[in-house]
Design a protein around this ligand. Structure first.
Ligand SMILES: *[C@@H]1O[C@H](CO)[C@@H](O)[C@H](O)[C@H]1NC(C)=O
Length: 278
């Protein structure tokens, strides 16, 4: 009986160790990966199945901007579809929506570079989505770092004034480590905001230059393991502030003016302006 117990513990120990190793590999592997349709930790699905017409017949030229949109399955056919119906289809960027969902229910305009990415090691509906955000940034780096100059991490309920955004970004050298968005000044006592630290608010979106991601990537697994607060934006901000000392974080009030978000505090509804009605 004791022997069996011992054997049992050993088996459990070994299985535990193997699972730990596997998890470690899935979460913290830093090897650049070849982009396949299906890999062990991500599933990438194209959204071109239900093609619909664009509002404008011209497909915009290929841009140097990558958009990573944080979403979840339940928001696909409302928030994400609205964004696709409006501002998202106006740029020639690459769009990846992070959700555990199939794109079948979406209607995506012809020629839009659009994928759904499922991060298999992340709980799709977990909130706050700290791990999802870190894993998403890791994904941006591992798959696309040399294909785009600017990497935007956006919520699915945001509306971007893209001509202004594009114009602004193209005046900045993306080799510099730039972290761009709306600086957050609000803080809870338990956020662990350190002296001189700025973070950018997740709601209106954060923009990373390629120069910033190149420096940040090596530190991401450390940051995932050393989170102080439950706030995803604060933790990303902390990661940048701690590990990329030469990062440039514009904190002019003007930056707030570059983002729009319409949010009804009483009902929690988010309204996007549907351009097809106007
Ligand atoms: C952009 O910045 C990088 C690094 O600071 C520099 O090597 C490069 O010459 C700059 N490019 C332009 C067009 O200024």
């Amino acid at each position: 009986m004791r022997k069996r117990k011992l054997l049992h513990s050993i088996v459990r120990l070994i299985t535990g160790y193997a699972c730990g190793l596997m998890l470690h590999y899935l979460v913290f592997s830093t090897k650049p990966k070849v982009c396949n349709e299906i890999r062990s930790d991500v599933l990438i699905r194209g959204g071109q199945r239900n093609e619909v017409e664009r509002h404008s017949s011209t497909i915009p030229h290929h841009s140097n901007i990558y958009i990573g949109m944080m979403s979840a399955e339940k928001f696909l056919n409302n928030r994400v579809q609205r964004a696709v119906d409006t501002w998202l289809q106006k740029g020639g960027w690459k769009i990846e929506v992070f959700a555990d969902a199939t794109p079948d229910q979406l209607k995506v305009p012809v020629g839009l570079d659009f994928n759904i990415v499922t991060l298999r090691s992340v709980d799709d509906s977990a909130y706050p989505p700290q791990k999802k955000c870190f894993m998403m940034i890791r994904h941006m780096y591992d798959h696309h770092i040399y294909n785009y100059d600017w990497f935007m991490r956006l919520d699915d309920d945001v509306y971007v004034d893209f001509p202004r955004m594009e114009q602004l970004l193209n005046t900045i050298n993306s080799s510099m480590p730039i972290f761009f968005g709306t600086p957050g000044f609000g803080m809870d006592p338990d956020d662990g905001i350190e002296d001189g630290m700025y973070y950018l608010m997740g709601g209106p979106g954060m923009i990373f230059s390629r120069g910033l991601l190149l420096q940040l990537r090596a530190h991401m697994s450390h940051c995932i393991q050393h989170m102080f607060s439950p706030h995803e934006d604060v933790e990303i901000g902390r990661c940048v502030w701690k590990h990329v000392k030469n990062a440039k974080i514009p904190i002019a009030w003007e930056t707030i003016d570059f983002f729009y978000q319409q949010y009804d505090k009483t009902t929690g509804d988010v309204t996007n302006v549907d351009l097809s009605d106007t």
